[in-house]
Design a protein around this ligand. Structure first.
Ligand code: ZN
Length: 446
């Protein structure tokens, strides 16, 4: 497999750290609101990557956190007269519902900040001890000058950052350098924890490093994923902390997905064009939703327009039709619905996807397989074995994308009804045949 590594800005051959295993970490949401479609893009993209790796036989550990401590959560809790935990739990449940509705695999672990606090405090303490962090008035800051290579991920230049920062007045005069970032903030507002430095809360950039450290040997993983907007400062700061603690950059491969635009405009609450995942999945259905998200390569911005949605609906309908018609024929002919797929056909899709997760080309492969099925369905003398195999292949391909195509299971009575209808047609008993036909139509079989 080749992946575009944002750390080196090039496509690289994918090689695992631990034989037969892949470790993935995808930064999760701050849980103070429902998921919008932008939040679900990394969820869908990295779920396909996981499924692809599992298809190739890797044992994948997939971790995605919930940031359940944050100023936005505290603000929302105040507004609604609830506790931070109530707010966080509400939206974590909402995210899990969306994950389920989108037929995404459950992550192996979904750590939360509130459940990681002792490890976060211990981690910060060791950075203070080794000189890469310092304490000022109960706050703890990371000393960026203590690590070399700061900016290696985002390509941001330190001199520019310092210049930019000096023009701002942001009350950060406590810090030794404007580049330094908070690991711990002293506060007497909202949810807070005891620490050696003050009653307070951790900064956002530390949790992911600590969670990875807790779950993976040497705090090191194969793939770190997330949205493009997290590259700087969040991921840059994750790398800085890992360099200070482990002398490595946490992940061998960094992958970033691009953002979503609505009718060529940035999606934002202030523009009022935010598309909520729960509404859109209810409106479009899981397959159209996911196809839409996978139709553009993850490193390109995805433009959401009515035209795009309508085209996707047509593509998905083609697949649905081929699946339901094949399933019908297989059942009427008492053939297997779970035959062995054609390994070469499914492998071909895997190879297409192994080019930096090229899902748009992958969907074309899926449609090619639909064409094969349609040709088989049109045959006068049907090649039944080929129908079985290609039906199974299409299902296996759909499973790598995590689509949820379904088909109607016929009862014995319905199979008999269908067979009788065909016999009547052949005998040119059209009146009786029409009766059965409308019965079959009523049941949604035709
Ligand atoms: Zn993170």
């Amino acid at each position: 497999m080749k992946v575009f590594n944002t750390l080196t800005n090039q496509k690289e051959n994918f090689e695992v750290l631990r034989e037969g295993k892949v470790s993935m970490y995808v930064c999760g949401p701050t849980v103070y609101d429902h998921a919008h479609i932008g939040n679900t893009r990394p969820m869908i993209v990295f779920d396909v990557l996981r499924r692809l790796l599992e298809y190739r036989g890797y044992e994948v550990t997939y971790v995605s956190n919930y940031t359940d401590v944050d100023d936005k959560i505290i603000r929302k809790a105040k507004q609604e007269g609830k506790s931070e935990a109530e707010i966080a739990n509400t939206y974590i449940a909402a995210y899990e519902k969306v994950r389920q509705d989108l037929n995404l695999k459950t992550p192996t672990y979904t750590p939360r900040v509130t459940e990681t606090m002792p490890a976060i405090i211990a981690f910060i303490a060791s950075l203070v001890e080794n000189g890469s962090a310092y304490v000022v008035d109960g706050d703890v800051y990371f000393r960026v000058s203590s690590v070399k290579d700061y900016g290696c991920l985002s390509g941001i230049r330190i001199e520019e950052l310092i210049e930019g920062a000096s023009e701002r007045v942001d009350g950060a005069e406590k810090k030794e350098s404007p580049l330094d970032f908070a690991l711990w903030k002293k506060t007497d507002e909202g949810i807070q924890w005891d620490s050696p430095w003050s009653k307070g809360r951790p900064g956002w950039h530390t949790e992911c490093v600590v969670m990875i450290n807790q779950l993976f040997e040497d705090g090191r993983i194969d793939i770190h994923g997330g949205g493009q907007d997290l590259k700087f400062p969040h991921h840059e700061n994750e790398i800085a902390q890992s360099m200070a603690y482990h002398q490595h950059k946490i992940a061998n491969y960094w992958m970033h997905n691009q953002m979503i635009n609505i009718n060529n405009e940035k999606m934002s609450k202030s523009l009022g064009n935010v598309k909520w995942a729960k509404d859109l999945v209810a409106e479009l259905g899981v397959n159209v939703y996911k196809w839409l998200m996978l139709s553009t390569h993850y490193r390109n911005p995805l433009n959401f327009t009515d035209d795009v949605v309508n085209n996707v609906k047509k593509e998905v309908a083609k697949v649905e039709r081929a699946i339901s018609q094949s399933a019908l024929q297989l059942q009427i002919r008492r053939l297997a619905l779970d035959a062995k797929p054609d390994r070469a056909v499914v492998d071909h899709l895997a190879e297409v996807l192994e080019d930096d997760l090229n899902t748009s080309n992958g969907l074309t492969s899926l449609l090619d397989e639909v064409k094969v099925l349609n040709t088989l369905l049109r045959q006068k003398e049907m090649d039944e074995q080929a129908l079985e195999t290609h039906f199974a292949s299409l299902q296996a391909m759909a499973a790598i994308f995590g689509f949820a195509f379904s088909y109607r299971r016929l009862s014995e009575e319905e199979i008999t009804l269908y067979t009788q209808w065909q016999a009547l047609k052949q005998a040119k008993n059209f009146e009786k045949a029409d009766e059965l036909r409308s019965e079959l139509a009523k049941r949604g079989i035709l």
